[in-house]
Design a protein around this ligand. Structure first.
Ligand code: ADP
Length: 342
């Protein structure tokens, strides 16, 4: 109790001391009088009293200070009009209380909104997680059957129809995985930071991708590009960029992957000498389900979510992604991330 209310107890003692001073001094009584009111205002700024406690304190201070002044006036040390100080000081205090309570109400409201938003995000993530989980079993079962049909009809139309079914099931499974990742990206705990060596990240990507597609693969990395980031998420983003570069190029085209440090941030770049993107499409390709060439996207198993994921991952790291592209010449996608080492 004493520990909890030590400010109030200290202030009460200080106020009583000042009343005693008013009652004993022959002059300068207004100084301790103002001390009482100013200190009351200060204490209120530090504490969150209920309205009732505030009103009771205000009433008590008004009565006690009015009584002390009345004694001083009665002794002939002050004029009667000095009593007007009491309602004036009280009015100043009430104005301060009103302001402080308005501010507190605004802060409470902001906190409530943030909590609601957090709960909504949690619910959305849970829903997408459940939906992705529920989809997994039927997709796996249907895929198993389609594979059996394909194996039994290896040389006829039914076999190639089964192939289409398998491709579409594959796409469905990727869409559900990517939707789950996008929903998770909005969550504050999305990233699991660790030391990430960008040179190793790029070499690993190259090792996995170069046998899969006949391109002129090039790599360049700054030696000291080590940052604190989520290595797994960065790998997903880099893979999405490389996959796009491969899909937009043909045999013999170049795909270059590089990283460099640059004035407080690092850049990871994937450049290709492929089809490029028309200028009027550049603004929308990072949107969910945006495709510049629907035919290519669906034929090549695209989900229309790859770049949305790259953007979400870059932004979760407080970074960004940008693109430069010339149709017929190629594209450069650049992820820019703060080079935080802590
Ligand atoms: P998708 O799964 O269709 O590749 P993305 O979000 O990854 O979805 O890409 C959106 C669209 O942006 C693609 O359909 C494609 O038209 C265009 N695009 C992305 N990367 C490239 C690139 N390197 N070269 C040309 N076009 C690209």
């Amino acid at each position: 109790m004493v520990r909890k209310h030590w400010i109030e107890i200290a202030w009460g003692t200080f106020a009583i001391g000042n009343v005693a001073v008013i009652l004993t001094l022959d002059r300068w009584e207004t100084i301790p009088f103002h001390f009482i009111w100013v200190s009351l205002t200060l204490v209120y700024g530090l504490r969150r009293w209920s309205l009732r406690a505030t009103a009771a304190t205000l009433g008590t201070v008004m009565i006690v200070t009015a009584y002390a002044l009345a004694v001083v006036i009665w002794r002939g040390h002050e004029e009667l009009d000095e009593l007007s100080e009491v309602p004036l000081m009280a009015a100043m205090f009430v104005a301060m209380v009103w302001h402080a309570r308005r501010r507190l109400a605004a802060v409470d409201e902001a906190r409530r909104r943030a909590e609601n938003e957090h709960k909504l995000l949690e619910r959305e993530l849970e829903f997408v997680r459940d939906a992705a989980h529920e989809l997994r079993t039927p997709i796996t079962v249907a895929g198993g059957h389609a594979e059996l049909i394909r194996a039994a009809h290896a040389d006829d139309q039914t076999g190639s129809d089964a192939e289409v079914v398998l491709d579409e099931l594959n796409r469905l499974s990727r869409i559900s995985e990517r939707l789950l990742l996008l929903a998770a990206a909005e969550h504050p705990d999305f990233l699991n930071r660790e030391e990430v060596d960008l040179k190793a990240l790029i070499e690993d990507a190259l090792r996995r991708w170069s046998p899969a597609a006949a391109r002129r693969w090039k790599e360049h990395s700054d030696a000291e590009a080590v940052i604190r980031a989520d290595g797994e998420r960065l790998r997903i983003a880099l893979d999405a960029l490389i996959e796009n570069a491969v899909k937009s190029t043909e045999k013999g085209d170049a795909v270059s992957i590089s990283s460099r440090t640059n004035d407080g941030h690092v850049e990871i770049e994937v450049a290709d000498t492929g089809a490029g993107i028309p200028a009027d499409q550049l603004g929308r390709i990072f949107e969910r389900f945006a495709r510049t060439d629907l035919g290519r996207g669906r034929r090549a198993g695209g989900t229309g979510l790859g770049l949305a994921i790259v953007k979400a991952i870059a932004e979760a790291h407080d970074g960004r992604v940008e693109v430069e592209s010339t149709p017929g010449v190629g594209s450069v996608f650049r992820m820019e991330l703060p080079s935080t080492k802590r």
